[in-house]
Design a protein around this ligand. Structure first.
Ligand code: AMP
Length: 305
């Protein structure tokens, strides 16, 4: 049984202080699926695009053994579009455009063969749609969920209902503060875990990520990259690496969750090295493992007695 991924597929127009891309491949499900494809095959994708979605992107996903039987292609429909501009400080981005288009009427239908998936990764989309996915699935699935400020601000009530059914929530630090209404991240984590998810991951951009479970607070470093070309999709690539590794190992113990956080961080670091999804398109598992080991060395130290 593959890993089920549901989320957005879109065309992104992104500018950074270094360059600009127009209508490049983007979307939460796209980044998650590409990142997860290095760990678990097949990745079962459910989403929607319009008939303007370029065929070369479909081919790219097929080459990564992403099963597209759950992808709806709406005749004469317009694909989701998103535009953003990054500042000199790449942690700061302005969203210039969110055009939901075919997502406005999207009704996620999970193909029968995907319904027994033991691991589900809900990419960032409307929480009502994320809930519709869970309604079609077996209750024993392990649910990993991403969201963003757009939904926290606009659909908080629906999001809170969803969180009661989620095992792992992955959000960034500003989203955690927004959701919990608490500036301190440790207190914020407690408040959010009380909303439902037994595991919470708070990503801190270029400062790494924090994992919170009942007994564990684990701090993952960020990979020291000299050049970040495009931070878009870093969070989704993190979720894809994290979910893909858990699915591959079928182990959700706290120790294995730590490894999954490092694999997620490794995939995010590959993602930001190039524009759009380029950094995730031609990797090998060996390269990913090498980066995992580099992460281990980043915070390994011995006590001198
Ligand atoms: P990230 O950089 O991880 O926050 O993800 C950026 C990706 O999320 C882009 O490729 C966008 O196409 C997609 N995205 C942005 N806003 C939304 C939204 N409101 N709903 C679904 N996907 C979105």
């Amino acid at each position: 049984m593959g890993l089920l991924v549901v989320g957005s597929l879109g065309l992104d127009t992104v500018s950074t202080p270094f360059d600009k891309v127009e209508e490049a491949l983007g979307g939460s499900a796209t980044y998650i699926s590409l990142a997860a494809s290095y760990f678990s095959a097949p990745v079962n994708l459910v989403g929607v695009v319009g008939s303007d979605f370029p065929n070369r992107y479909i081919k790219l996903m097929e080459e990564h053994h992403i099963d597209l039987d759950g992808l709806q292609v709406i005749e004469n429909g317009k694909t989701f579009r998103w535009a953003a501009k990054y500042h000199y400080d790449l942690n700061v981005r302005d969203t210039l455009l969110t055009e939901l288009n075919v997502f406005e009427k999207f009704d996620p239908v999970i193909p029968e063969k995907f319904k027994k998936s033991k691991f589900i990764c809900l990419g960032n989309i409307d929480p009502v749609l994320q809930m519709k996915v869970l309604d079609q699935m077996n209750d024993s699935s392990y649910v990993i969920c991403d969201t963003m400020n757009y939904w926290i601000e606009g659909m908080k009530e629906e999001l809170l209902k969803l969180l009661k059914r989620v095992n792992v929530l992955i959000i960034n630090d500003s989203e955690a503060r927004l959701l919990s209404q608490e500036p301190n991240l440790i207190k914020s984590a407690r408040i959010i875990r009380d909303m439902g998810p037994e595991v919470l991951i708070i990503k801190k951009g270029e400062h790494g990520a924090l994992l919170f479970t009942d007994d564990v607070v684990f701090s993952a470093p960020a990979y020291p990259l000299e050049m970040i070309y495009d931070p878009t999709g870093a969070g989704d690539s993190f979720a894809g690496g994290f979910a893909g590794y858990l699915h591959r190992t079928q182990d959700v113990s706290p120790e294995n969750l730590k490894c999954a956080v490092i694999y997620g961080s490794a995939m995010a670091s590959f993602c930001v090295e190039q524009f759009s999804t380029k950094g995730l398109e031609n990797l090998s598992y060996l390269q990913i493992q090498d980066r995992f080991r580099e992460f281990m060395n980043l915070s390994r130290f011995d006590e001198k007695v």
